[in-house]
Design a protein around this ligand. Structure first.
Ligand code: GUN
Length: 282
């Protein structure tokens, strides 16, 4: 079997066009959605991510503000910035790019963001809403994965989904979203024994640990769907995911590439959440 690609660039293009229409309609009513992005320090990967987020906003007509602060910024100063943005009527979404410098307590900062503006979906109240099936912002990366599954009309009911990774940003919310769609979900992590035994039973594997080649051809059931959330570099410095793409694409029915897979979808869902926040805040 040779897999079909789930193209995150193409799917994003389509979804961003729909969002652009919504943004125009909101703007016509004087309610242009606004996103504030705070970057603390000069982590090179974060700088690229933040630049991509701001330019995606421009592309669909969302007003964006980028606040670049030095790594020496104190936690109190960061909390003051968030307080100001919480009160700013032009700003509907607030995103603090992670990771933060070690002297700042990231969870404390996330909890300071108004849950109504938590477009990253990292606030404890957003996590609780997802856990209980209540309305709330969904974290953008697993939300993008769900949209990709929807695009191939993958019916999750009764399917076995294996999520490799248990981060608050991807693994745990991914598992909750899959569970909400009636999949049977297994969460694997660094202490999991016999990972291959579990992944071989899966109808869907989501790899989200940041370890190159964590999923190889021999670990995948023929016909399974594979989503690759990893962002790594190979020996030549080329961007690659967590999945051995060449091998796994010989057995999977559908697979996401890296780059051009989940990455663009993460940004698309950030735009989606920002538009939703603007609609809800009025
Ligand atoms: N760092 C890596 N991924 C993300 C993300 O989705 N949001 C934020 N704020 N920081 C990140």
């Amino acid at each position: 079997m040779t897999s079909q690609l789930i193209n995150g660039v193409e799917l994003s293009k389509h979804l961003r066009q729909e969002l652009q229409h919504k943004v125009h309609a909101l703007s016509a009513k004087g309610k242009t959605p606004g996103l504030a992005v705070i970057l603390v320090g000069d982590n090179p990967a974060s700088q690229v991510y933040v630049r991509n987020k701001v330019s995606a906003c421009e592309q669909v007509g969302i007003h964006s503000v980028l606040d670049k602060a030095p790594a020496t910024l104190s936690q109190e100063e960061l909390l003051t910035k968030i307080d100001t943005l919480n009160k700013d009527p032009k700003i509907h979404g607030i995103l603090v790019q992670l990771p933060l410098p070690a002297h700042i307590d990231a969870q404390r900062v996330i909890e300071a963001i108004s849950p109504l503006k938590d477009v990253d979906g990292f606030h404890i109240s957003s996590a609780g809403a997802l856990m209980t099936g209540s309305p709330g912002f969904w974290p953008c990366t697993p939300f993008g994965c769900m949209k990709m599954l929807e695009s191939i009309q993958f019916d999750l009911k009764g399917k076995h989904a294996v999520v490799i990774g248990r981060s608050n940003i991807v693994g745990k919310p991914m598992a909750m979203m899959l569970l909400q769609k009636n999949a049977t979900v297994t969460i694997c992590h660094s202490h999991t024994q016999n990972l291959a035994h579990l992944t071989r039973q899966a109808d869907l594997v989501v790899a989200a640990v940041g370890v190159r080649n964590v999923l190889t051809k021999d670990m995948v059931k023929p016909g399974a769907v594979v989503l690759d959330v990893g962002m790594n570099r190979d020996e030549a410095g080329k961007l690659c995911g967590d999945v051995d793409f060449a091998g796994v694409s010989e057995v999977a029915s559908f697979i996401t590439p890296v780059p051009g897979g989940v990455g663009p979808m993460t940004i698309t869902m950030l735009l989606h959440n920002t538009v939703l926040a603007a609609e809800q805040l009025g």
